[in-house]
Design a protein around this ligand. Structure first.
Ligand code: C5P
Length: 392
């Protein structure tokens, strides 16, 4: 899910987590959003408006009276043009004022005047969070269709540990992506594996393969563009995750399997990873010393993650990828049937590995559908389009 060109009003209220809102502002701008910051008087005790002005590239609004320039209806104009209003951190006092429909400063007035969705990321001490009054206010906010993001559990600024911490900036940015998502996969969870796996031989050596991860990352981007909530379970690559995609880093096939199973259920599972087919039976705990004598390693088969997921009683829609070096049609279709997949994407390894372009053939119950050579993002979008056709 992309935040590109989304107009977001970021409300900052008074709490120590206001410093995290600076990082959030930076992340939203980096993701392509146009951010306009509104600060309450208390927020300015923690962070200066100048910080947010520098990060957002826009003047910061701090007062209802100061904003009343021109026709004096700045609060109405601002809220009308926004795609989303986010308050992070949202203090206990702000939540109370919001729940009661107060309009006693610029931020609460904007909330009341808005026509766009509203999200709040509470940041409270654990006792304040648990207080009956706060919980009553939250019930009201839920009833008013306010999206409450978090809070998280953990160490708090006061030194106590408990529920009330504001979510991390990256988690809030991801949640906003989901709230603002549009496209045919909105509301769907898509789980994707990508990259190679690395199977240790000893602490310094291992078995891996030549997957760059480019195809899997492109598929993750295409699924996010279509509005899905995307989780990318990635083996070691040097790629950055696409905007709005949640990435889980793994090394071995066993770790990839565990991460995939932990992320179920999902609607669509796309296994793009080049999972190492074998791992060393018992990896050495110390570095194996070199000698002139031949070294024999006992290899055992890795778990087949895709076959396992596809065989689940409530299996998601499963898509496989197969890189072959010869007889692509025979091997790919046989693999599709053996793993019980509605769709398998085949390619010749020598044509694709590590490159920015790929020539693919889609195999489904109706036969083969060639995709002539194109860059991997174009191919990934075509694969997602085909998934949508089959899903419908
Ligand atoms: O290795 P193979 O050609 O069987 O891979 C076909 C598909 O199965 C790919 O989508 C790959 O990600 C998946 N796979 C898997 N776990 C394995 C091997 C392959 O999920 N151990």
């Amino acid at each position: 899910m992309s935040l590109t060109h989304k107009k977001i009003i970021l409300g900052v209220t008074g709490g120590i987590a206001a410093y995290k809102a600076a990082e959030l502002c930076r992340l939203l701008v980096k993701a392509g959003a146009e951010v306009r910051v509104v600060m309450t008087a208390a927020a300015q005790q923690f962070v200066t408006p100048l910080t947010f002005q520098a990060l957002s590239g826009q003047p910061v609004l701090t007062s209802l009276w100061e904003a009343a320039s021109g026709d004096g209806m700045e609060h109405i104009h601002l809220s009308r043009t926004a795609d989303l209003l986010l308050v992070a951190p949202a203090s206990a006092d702000f939540l109370a004022r919001l729940a009661h429909g107060r309009a006693d400063d610029l931020l609460t007035t904007l909330c009341l005047a808005r026509t766009c969705p509203l999200a709040v990321a509470p940041a409270l001490n654990r006792e304040m969070w648990a207080a009956a009054a706060t919980q009553r206010n939250l019930e009201q906010l839920h009833a008013d269709d306010v999206n409450v993001l978090g809070p998280a559990t953990g160490e708090q600024a006061c030194g106590e540990i408990g529920l009330g911490r504001m979510l991390e900036a990256s988690e809030i940015a991801l949640a906003l992506g989901a709230l603002l998502a549009s496209g045919p996969l909105v509301g769907k969870r898509v789980l994707i594996t990508a990259g190679p796996t690395f199977e240790a031989i000893d602490p310094v050596r291992g078995l891996t393969n030549r997957s760059s991860g480019k195809m899997g990352y492109a598929v993750a981007q295409a699924a996010a563009e279509a509005g899905a909530a995307v989780c990318l379970v990635s083996g070691p690559t040097c790629l950055a995750p696409p905007a709005g995609v949640r990435r889980i880093d793994v090394q071995s096939a066993a770790e990839m399997r565990a991460a995939v199973l932990a992320e179920l259920p999902c609607n669509v599972f796309i296994a793009v990873a080049a999972v190492a087919d074998y791992r060393v039976d018992a990896a050495a705990t110390q570095k194996i010393k070199k000698s002139a004598a031949p070294l024999t390693l006992q290899l055992i088969a890795s778990p087949d993650i895709l076959a396992e997921v596809a065989a689940l009683p409530d299996a998601p829609f499963c898509v496989g990828f197969a890189a072959e070096t010869e007889r692509l049609d025979d091997y790919a279709e046989a693999k599709r049937l053996r793993k019980n997949l509605p769709l398998l994407v085949g390619n010749l390894a020598q044509d694709t590995l590590g490159q920015d372009t790929a020539e693919l053939v889609l195999f489904d119950a109706l036969g083969r559908h060639p995709l002539p050579r194109a860059d991997k993002l174009t191919q990934a979008r075509a694969v997602i389009h085909h998934v949508l056709t089959l899903l419908n």
